[in-house]
Design a binder for this molecule. Structure first.
Ligand code: AAL
Length: 387
């Protein structure tokens, strides 16, 4: 039997809906372009995404997690923690990650009891930490190599904790940006600036600059109390460092707490970093995850804010829009992004990285975090750059 279309005499059943000129009801076949008849707001804004169907959208993905091999956690008793890893880099065929490591006699007592913290008792999971590093041949099995950047003696910047690093490769040298604490994180929040250490090799030795490289904003600015979660990318010939700050009457009124991300740009890894006049540039996301994508920069906003759990894209690296909504997002993710350092004019996207999981909700008395691998499908068909 030959099937006849009921639309028009003689038309084929599989004819693309957008070619049926009188069609005024949303067609059965998803149009690529926005139809020019009235649409509901929900259907209208589907065409603001990179593709109306999520499965065609290059900035849509699901995430897959794998536990890393090679790390000891003291049976999960809360005395050893690893969190906030940098993006992996590959040097001489080996992957490197840098991360916050806490190894304390007792687990953290909690930010709300921070006044009871001592030089041995941590307030939060990222208090009394150093920056460690590990290497791997395959991104799954890791070998912890030792400390990369340790806390300097009191009262030098970072004496209380150094945490949340990310890495930049610039003119064949290595730069670790991180949070430098001079007080336990706690009731005043994480009042710390971003500082930096540099090395000729990914194995160190690392030299701390000992001062803030992305200082706080001036009193009254959104980032007046902190600069956190550095995420550097070479873009348009300059170092673009994305960072986070918590703001809005916090910590006086913790329930009004909000977070946003800013952008600071420099010609040199030592700075000066000039803050973008449009800061903040991302309105949501508790940690920073950025990578070059096509001509622009893509970002993952994880938790916190109206646009939490979204992938975003800015063609100019500054003006971000939602590209997709994603779920089960990786916390504090750093993706393997070799073209973050090559000043690419066409970012290739990412397929895997590292992130952390925290057990705070299940057993706060043994609070600690573990680093995991995350796989994603956010890549374009572009070759991996070589150094
Ligand atoms: C993390 C990051 C920063 C915060 C704390 C440690 O996930 O956002 O590093 O200061 O939590």
């Amino acid at each position: 039997m030959v099937l006849q279309s009921c639309n028009q005499p003689g038309s084929k059943l599989n004819e693309p809906a957008e070619e049926i000129s009188e069609h005024k009801v949303f067609p059965h076949k998803m149009p690529k372009e926005k139809p020019n008849f009235p649409l509901s707001s929900a259907i209208e804004r589907m065409f603001n995404y990179p593709a109306p169907r999520a499965q065609d959208n290059e900035l849509f993905t699901q995430f897959k997690y794998t536990r890393l091999e090679g790390f000891d956690y003291s049976n999960g008793d809360g005395t050893i923690s690893r969190r906030d890893p940098s993006r992996p880099i590959k040097v001489d065929g080996k992957f490197y990650i840098y991360y916050t490591k806490r190894h304390t006699e007792v687990p953290p007592i909690g930010w709300d009891k921070a006044e009871q913290a001592t030089d041995q008792i941590p307030s939060t999971d990222w208090d009394l930490c150093d920056i460690w590093y590990a290497t791997s041949d395959d991104g799954f099995r890791w070998k912890e190599q030792g400390v990369a950047v340790s806390r300097p003696p009191k009262p030098e910047l970072g004496w209380r904790s150094v945490a949340t690093p990310d890495i930049l490769i610039w003119e064949e040298k290595f730069y670790l940006y991180f949070q430098a604490f001079n007080e336990p994180s706690g009731t005043r929040g994480d009042w710390c600036p971003i500082s930096m250490a540099y090395a000729d090799s990914p194995n160190g030795p690392w030299t701390m600059v000992g001062e803030p490289v992305v200082p706080f904003g001036k009193k009254g600015d959104w980032d007046q109390d902190q600069t956190q979660d550095p995420h550097p990318i070479v873009y348009n010939g300059k170092i673009h460092l994305y960072y986070k700050a918590a703001y809005n009457k916090w910590p006086d009124k913790r329930d009004e707490y909000a977070v946003a991300h800013g952008l600071a740009i420099a010609d040199d890894p030592y700075g000066p970093f000039e803050k973008h006049t449009l800061n903040p540039v991302l309105n949501s996301g508790h940690e920073t995850t950025y990578f070059p994508f096509k001509e622009g920069i893509a970002a993952l906003a994880i938790k916190d804010g109206n646009e939490a759990q979204t992938m975003q894209y800015a063609e100019d690296g500054v003006n971000f829009n939602i590209a997709s909504t994603v779920e089960l997002t990786p916390t504090a993710a750093g993706f393997y992004t070799p073209d973050a350092f090559t000043d690419t004019d066409y970012g290739r996207g990412v397929t895997w990285g590292v992130c952390h999981f925290i057990n705070a909700a299940t057993d706060r008395n043994k609070q600690h975090s573990i680093i995991a691998r995350v796989d994603a499908d956010l890549s374009l068909d572009v070759d991996e750059p070589t150094f």
